[in-house]
Design a protein around this ligand. Structure first.
Ligand code: IPE
Ligand code: MG
Length: 216
């Protein structure tokens, strides 16, 4: 969900106003997935590298995400959305936010229309390190299946369509393992301007691709 800061700067607003504007984009994106029958959406909300931002922005984002869960979880629950989090649940995440995360996951655990997976304090390399450590601790020989089974959410399917907003052409440590055969779509829109039409365009682009998975 990239480009919030630039969206705000273009409007002479403060960066955090861009994050606030991104909330509607997320809701619209979820609604578009519901309309299209997409079963799984993973969004990158906060990376293990985002802690390098100024404390004031980090603090804003922690509070914003907590409040967003409070504001939106009931309507998402009513739409049949199951909300899950992937990432390191460590001491750096404020306790209040951790509590909201756990409550939200419990509230929506039995929904099955769409899974909204929120990557928070997430880094793909950290995830792989954690997975390999878990295998080591249990004395399990690493294999593709064994590593997949130790990722933060082993039930997450492999990525079919991978979308980055804001005109950047980078992976930025997101779902490296899960995206081995993903189709990549890069869009110029900043995240607050992303929504239903942009989801449709990305899906149409995806449908034009010829996926061979290394075969012919
Ligand atoms: C993405 O928008 C939101 C988060 C990483 C939390 P940015 O904050 O990265 O916006 P730009 O890239 O500075 O425009
Ligand atoms: Mg950015």
């Amino acid at each position: 969900m990239d480009g919030n800061g630039r969206w705000a700067e273009q409007r002479n607003l403060v960066r955090t106003d861009g994050h606030a504007a991104g909330e509607q984009a997320l809701v619209d994106t979820v609604d578009a997935c519901l309309e299209l029958g997409i079963k799984w959406l993973t969004v990158y909300a906060f990376s293990t590298e985002n802690w390098r931002r100024p404390v004031s922005e980090v603090r804003y984002l922690m509070n914003f995400n907590e409040q967003l869960l409070l504001r939106r979880r009931d309507e998402l629950n009513e739409k049949g959305v199951r909300i899950k989090f992937v990432g390191r649940r460590d001491w750096r995440i404020p306790r209040k936010l951790l509590r909201r995360i756990e409550e939200t996951e419990a509230l929506t655990a039995n929904n099955d229309v769409l899974t909204l997976s929120i990557a928070f304090n997430y880094g793909s390399r950290a995830e792989l390190v954690d997975a390999v450590k878990a295998l080591n601790a249990e004395g399990i020989e690493p294999s593709e299946e064994a590593i997949s089974a130790k990722l933060y959410d082993p039930s997450m399917p492999e990525v079919d369509l991978w979308v980055r907003t804001s005109g950047e052409h980078r992976i930025s440590n997101f779902l490296l393992w899960q995206s081995a055969y993903a189709e990549f779509v890069f869009v110029d829109a900043f995240w607050p301007d992303f929504g239903r039409n942009e989801v449709h365009e990305a899906v149409i682009e995806f449908q034009r691709r010829n996926r061979r998975f290394g075969g012919l």
